[in-house]
Design a protein around this ligand. Structure first.
Ligand code: SF4
Ligand code: SF4
Length: 295
């Protein structure tokens, strides 16, 4: 087992986590956290925070049962990066990085009807250059200190594939990892409702260091969604321009169809964002946009 030390003193796992969170905040104060706007360059995301799930949490079994065999358990993803490592599931931590949208991005998206705000499109388009780069940086930070750390969605085997029950699934899900790490529950639109609501992007790093895990202050998958908890709301349903949301859930095919249709419009409106697509209208101007509703 690797132990970090500072000034000759071995650090506890809580101190390692604090250092990692400070590193994440510091990285996002730097040049990578930029929305790359030719006219109004500014921070793409607000200050990040971290949550941790244990590599041997029983919920990974629940996810594998629901999503099927192709969804990786943490050890499976870890072994793809470090096949020679003799690491037990119980030694792994799944660090979830929550990058909240900025106030300006949330404000613009809230005011948008029928088409997403430019700031929202930008932060999504540059996800890899910001949130993805942050995850790589944190993995490197841990590796430089003797741990083995990796970013599951950066593995070459990472895939999104058709799924009988969920229409689409992936080999690794940041949202499910964040759920396991106590960061929030799902909403009707499938986004994760966290303490900063649904206005965020997520990343994950898996490391062979048992860090302090976050408790899950919920027991149900959709507990923070007003529709599931109180039978009220459905505000996100009204925000969807193509009827992809209903009390029956999220029609990913309709949603994807709309996302794809935004590509040529975005390329025309914002030439530097050629190739970008987006929506997320159901994630703004709703009770769960910026907080857990009722909390
Ligand atoms: S807007 Fe309402 S129904 Fe939709 S996810 Fe949020 S709380 Fe649930
Ligand atoms: S992302 Fe857009 S198209 Fe998809 S469900 Fe939300 S509002 Fe509808």
């Amino acid at each position: 087992m690797v132990h970090l030390s500072l000034n000759g003193r071995t650090l506890g796992s809580g101190e390692v986590l604090n250092l990692l969170e400070k590193e994440a905040v510091s990285f996002m104060e730097g040049p990578a956290n930029d929305n790359r706007s030719p006219k109004n360059p500014e921070k793409a995301y607000a200050s990040p925070f971290l949550g941790v799930a244990a590599g041997d949490d029983v919920y990974w079994d629940n996810i594998a049962q629901a999503a099927g065999e192709r969804h990786w358990r943490p050890l499976e993803a870890f072994k793809k990066a470090f096949p020679q490592a003799r690491t037990a599931e119980s030694e792994l931590s799944v660090v979830v990085i929550v990058c909240p949208q900025t106030e300006k991005t949330s404000r613009d998206q809230k005011a948008s009807l029928g088409f997403p705000a430019e700031r929202w499109i930008r932060s999504r388009f540059y996800h890899n250059e910001t949130v993805g780069a942050l995850c790589d940086h944190l993995a490197r930070y841990l590796m430089d200190r003797g741990y083995l750390a990796m970013v599951p969605d950066h593995l070459k085997d990472f895939a999104v594939y058709p799924h009988e029950r969920f229409q689409l699934a992936s080999t690794w899900s940041h949202r499910h990892a964040a759920f396991v790490a106590g960061q929030g529950t799902f909403g009707l639109c499938d986004a994760l409702i966290t303490k900063v609501g649904k206005a965020h992007r997520l990343g994950t790093v898996i490391v062979n260091c048992p860090l302090p895990v976050n408790p899950r202050p919920y027991t149900q998958t959709y507990e923070y969604c007003l529709f599931f908890s109180k039978g009220s709301c459905l505000k996100c349903v009204k925000r969807c321009p193509v009827g992809a949301l209903s009390p029956g859930g999220h029609d990913k095919s309709l949603c994807d169809g709309f996302l794809n249709s935004t590509k040529p419009v975005i390329a025309k409106k914002y030439p530097d964002l050629d190739g970008a697509y987006g929506c997320g209208l159901c994630q703004a101007n709703v009770p769960c946009a910026l907080k857990v509703p009722g909390h």
